[in-house]
Design a protein around this ligand. Structure first.
Ligand SMILES: [Zn+2]
Length: 628
């Protein structure tokens, strides 16, 4: 949790090399100090004060807009308040740019050589928002994402700018971060000077209840789990929980064969009052989920895979990054066309690591895979939108509502590419007669040499070339087909070639039950095509399925089934009974204050996806998820 002094020295050495790259010694890059007062975090407001050099004239400053890992212009500018600029004791005038709301122009009068900027970041309350703009503070804990509290001057890359950061926390709160610490007192933590890139890449988790768990004791580089929660009890799981995360570090190390961090910190927030997501960094990840995620069996299952996904990103996404996502500052737009590698491969590797490290049993892993396959096999939106477009469109569309998901087909480059990379893995194994696997691709593409954070950008051609080095094959045709096709149906070749097939029966898997319990929902997606809340309100309907074909859509409410008041059990019973009956299901539905009865001629019973063995083929999937 706290950096050792040799590491700080290494850091300062690195920085000296970084500070004067492009503009030459005549114009040194600005050195900026930032102090953040987080003592009012429980009130959900963070105060920041920056001091930076300035010259008389117009000074252009940016609030970070395109946030790495968020894949869009999501910098939470709407939550910046209290902005004030002072030079030589006088308040300076400023104006926001008319074409870009993240840009500010400050009038710097003559005689002023440095300015002080004060600003507040207001964190949304009520677990709202997404990513670093989402709810981040509770009465007992908070995560500080530096992009929410900094401004930076135009004309420099984020690598060139040096920030000297300090932070004050609520009394008695502990903290965890990958940022090197220069000194620490009860009042203030001072971090070693660092580039803006690495500052933004180094969030701080803090809280009254915070536990630091070493995940590779005695080894270097250090890997630590810093977990904060709204209660002490949430941090006392059974010991096997920590063992699985220790195994995760071992298994990731075996998978990639090298690492690209000096130390690594899992920053894990357990609270029902913060936004839930995972955000990757080179040397840490900011992952947030339910308070009881370590101590409740169902919550454990639902949050499994979050930390492994974000950890994989240290290699795939941070170290190896699509060239058009590797921008030089936070103002330049990112292009997201290669997210099917960045996120899709990460999803595949993160999922198989949950089985290799024991976080999920093989059955739980296969249930999760079957659920993904089922969802994607019912994507009507495939007809209008190919997989590539789901990646291309994300900067402008990632906030899409969940309603009409099958028709919108929003973020399929995550899960559908999990299926595609599984397929690629089976092809490598078949082409090389089992001599090579996708792990060999990872070692080649993401592996040695180990070292501190750096970005090694890649293009589509680089991905093809690395795949061909592992197993010669027409990878261009494979990926073109996978990215450009319009179906019908999901790419199930990987599941089938690995010796399994997707089937539906009337048994709810542990995962389906956990999802239903957690969200108070009913999953009838693969029978009549409805996801409902326990009160009958329809979260979503799947286009092309019986309910949608009958005229039912999201936002309506099922009031009664076959004349009886709706409840989850009444719905399940009606589905079971319809199997042996020729009468249609009758759903009384309320829609914008009007009631209507819909008849569904459905007799297939309850349907939930599973994987079953195809004995005509070898069981490659079980090899894939075996610990290394
Ligand atoms: Zn990701």
């Amino acid at each position: 949790m706290i950096a050792s002094s040799p590491r700080i020295l290494r850091y300062i050495f690195l920085l000296t090399a970084l500070v004067f790259p492009l503009f030459g010694a005549a114009v040194p890059a600005p050195h900026i100090s930032i102090f953040v007062d987080a003592t009012e975090a429980p009130r959900k407001i963070f105060h920041a004060r920056l001091t930076m050099p300035a010259k008389p004239g117009s000074l252009t400053l940016y609030y970070p807009k395109w946030i790495p890992g968020e894949h869009g212009p999501t910098g939470p500018i709407q939550d910046l308040a209290g902005l004030k600029f002072v030079g030589n004791g006088k308040t300076l005038t400023w104006r926001r740019d008319l074409l870009d709301g993240w840009t500010f122009h400050v009038d710097v009068p003559s005689g002023v050589s440095s300015i002080e900027v004060s600003l507040d970041f207001i964190s949304p309350a009520g677990s709202e928002g997404i990513y670093t703009g989402g709810a981040t503070a509770t009465d007992k804990m908070a995560v500080l994402s530096w992009n929410t509290v900094v401004l930076y001057p135009a004309g420099w890359t984020s690598d060139e700018l040096t920030y000297e950061a300090s932070l004050r926390l609520p009394a008695g709160w502990k903290f965890g971060t990958s940022l090197p610490v220069a000194s620490q007192s009860a009042e203030e933590i001072k971090f070693a000077p660092i580039s803006l890139t690495l500052l933004v890449d180094g969030p701080v988790i803090t809280g009254q209840y915070l536990k630091a768990v070493p995940l590779n004791p005695g080894q270097t580089p250090l890997v630590e789990l810093d977990v904060a929660s709204d209660s002490g009890a949430a941090l006392e799981p059974t010991p096997d929980v920590w063992e699985h995360y220790k195994n995760l570090v071992t298994q990731a190390s075996a998978l990639f064969g090298a690492q690209h961090y000096r130390d690594y910190h899992f920053l894990y927030s357990l609270s029902n009052h913060v936004a839930h997501f995972g955000l990757e960094h080179h040397e840490s990840n900011d992952s947030r989920t339910n308070e009881r995620a370590l101590i409740d069996q169902e919550q454990r299952l639902l949050s499994s895979g979050l930390l492994s996904h974000e950890y994989v990103h240290s290699w795939n996404g941070k170290y190896r990054r699509p060239a058009d996502l590797a921008t030089s500052d936070y103002e330049k737009p990112m292009q997201t066309d290669l997210l099917w590698v960045y996120e899709g491969l990460t999803t595949y590797l993160g999922e198989i690591l949950t089985a290799r490290d024991g976080e999920r049993t093989p059955d739980q892993f296969r249930d999760s895979l079957s659920y993904t396959a089922a969802q994607l096999d019912h994507r009507s939106g495939r007809a209008w939108r190919n997989l590539q477009d789901t990646a291309d469109g994300v900067p402008s569309m990632q906030d899409a509502p969940h309603q009409w998901e099958s028709w919108r087909r929003p973020l399929d480059y995550y899960e559908e590419d999990e299926l595609n990379w599984l397929w690629a893995d089976t092809i490598i194994r078949a082409q090389t007669h089992g001599q090579k696997t996708l792990d060999d691709f990872c070692q080649l593409f993401h592996g040695a040499p180990s070292g501190p954070p750096q970005v090694k950008p890649y293009t589509f051609e680089d991905v093809l070339s690395a795949l061909n080095q592992v197993a010669p094959y027409n990878w261009r045709a494979f990926w073109s087909k996978r990215l450009e096709n319009h179906g019908p149906g999901a790419p199930l070749g990987g599941i089938e070639e690995s010796g399994w097939k997707v089937v539906y029966d009337d048994v709810r898997s542990e995962q389906v039950r956990a999802h239903e319990d957690e969200r108070n929902t009913v999953d009838a997606a693969y029978s009549i095509g409805l996801w409902l809340r326990e009160d009958g309100s329809i979260i979503d309907s799947v286009e092309g399925m019986p309910a949608a074909l009958a005229g039912i859509g999201p936002g309506m409410m099922v009031v009664a089934i076959n004349g009886r008041k709706f409840s989850p059990e009444i719905l399940r019973e009606a589905l079971r009974e319809a199997k042996n009956s020729s009468s249609p299901l009758e759903l009384l539905v309320e829609n914008t204050d009007y009631y209507k009865t819909f008849k569904l001629d459905y007799h297939g019973g309850e349907k939930y996806p599973h994987l079953v063995r195809d004995e005509s083929k070898p069981d490659v999937l079980s090899d894939i998820i075996k610990p290394k």
